[in-house]
Design a protein around this ligand. Structure first.
Ligand code: 2BA
Length: 109
């Protein structure tokens, strides 16, 4: 068995979880925050048998879109009277960041 951790954009989470449900995958949805942008994203934990792993990854790929976002960098330390004009920096987010882990043991009590 494998455990898939998929970190996805909040706007893709609904479509992806609908697709996973339609294909009978069991999963847990956690509200998370990206360390860099400090914006909400969604982490989906999916426990899958190995023969279904590729199907789960295909659904993630099909339902998560790459987006461009702009971030304002931290302003530098300024002397009084100095002017700083922030230049937003472009970053690409997603489609999905995916980790696949081996499951040593799986129990339901
Ligand atoms: P964030 O940490 O908010 O990062 C959002 C996007 O900002 C990243 O998109 C990446 O394009 C950019 N970025 C992140 N750190 C950066 C840095 N130090 N300098 C410049 N740009 C940077 P993605 O790579 O698609 O990541 C989307 C989200 O997936 C991340 O949100 C984070 O929540 C998670 N993630 C990505 N890589 C991870 C990792 N190695 N471990 C754990 N979580 C990860």
């Amino acid at each position: 068995m494998k455990l898939v951790f998929a970190i996805v954009h909040n706007d893709d989470a609904g479509k992806l979880t609908d697709a996973l449900r339609d294909h009978n995958f069991q999963f847990t949805l956690i509200s998370t925050t990206g360390g860099f942008l400090r914006e909400g994203n969604a982490t989906i934990l999916i426990g899958v048998d190995e023969d279904k792993l590729d199907d789960a990854l295909s659904l993630i790929k099909a339902n998560c879109v790459t987006r461009t976002q702009f971030v304002n960098p931290m302003p530098p330390v300024m002397e009084p009277g100095e002017l700083y004009l922030a230049q937003p920096v472009e970053v690409q987010v997603g489609g999905a960041t995916v980790f696949v882990l081996n499951v040593e043991r799986f129990e339901k009590f």
